[in-house]
Design a protein. Structure first.
Length: 179
């Protein structure tokens, strides 16, 4: 049998503990989305709620989707509503692992939505209830699909697959009720 020197064992233990801590750090947002209820700010009169994936976030209006500095600042606070495009909301699903635990990622589980799932937009005391009707993955340069849907559709966008910005996931939901 091999005899392990005490110094080497200590180094091995360190790497094991470090690896486990890094895994917990990276996967915290995903795991917490199952167990910790999200919160909108107390004074919010405009927010999105997606019961199936337990998403709840303030909506920041009139955000320029082509100016990275502006939309990154808005996405720290919630979901951005694109300036000049009706019913188009976008948000982070994931970021670099070292940023994920400190940044708002309300659309982390957006890909789990299926046809018929409910999305609620609360604005000025009224609830607008939408039902998911379609889901598409497209390249970033194909986002012009957004402009082809009518005003009765809500379009949610995030990056996919998780941890990358290679493609865009679009969720199309039709307005069913105004309460």
């Amino acid at each position: 049998m091999f005899k392990v020197k005490p110094g080497r064992r200590l180094i091995g233990d360190f790497f094991i503990i470090f690896s486990l801590a890094l895994l917990m750090f990276i996967y915290y947002p995903y795991v917490s989305s199952f167990f910790l209820p999200p919160k909108a700010s107390a004074d919010s009169s405009y927010y999105i709620k997606i019961p199936k994936i337990k998403a709840l976030a303030d909506i920041i209006e009139n955000v320029d989707p082509w100016d990275r500095k502006i939309y990154e600042k808005a996405l720290e606070k919630g979901v951005a509503k694109a300036k000049g495009i009706d019913n188009f909301l976008f948000a982070h699903s994931s970021l670099s692992p070292w940023k994920m635990t400190r940044t708002n990622t309300p659309f982390l589980r957006l890909g789990e939505l299926k046809n018929g799932d409910q999305i609620i937009i609360h604005k000025d005391g009224k609830d607008f209830v939408y039902k998911v009707e379609d889901k598409k993955e497209i390249r970033p340069d194909e986002v012009n699909l957004v402009l082809e849907k009518s005003k009765d559709y809500l379009i949610l966008q995030t990056c996919t697959p998780l941890g990358t910005d290679w493609k865009r996931l679009l969720i199309f939901a039709k307005l069913t009720t105004k309460v």
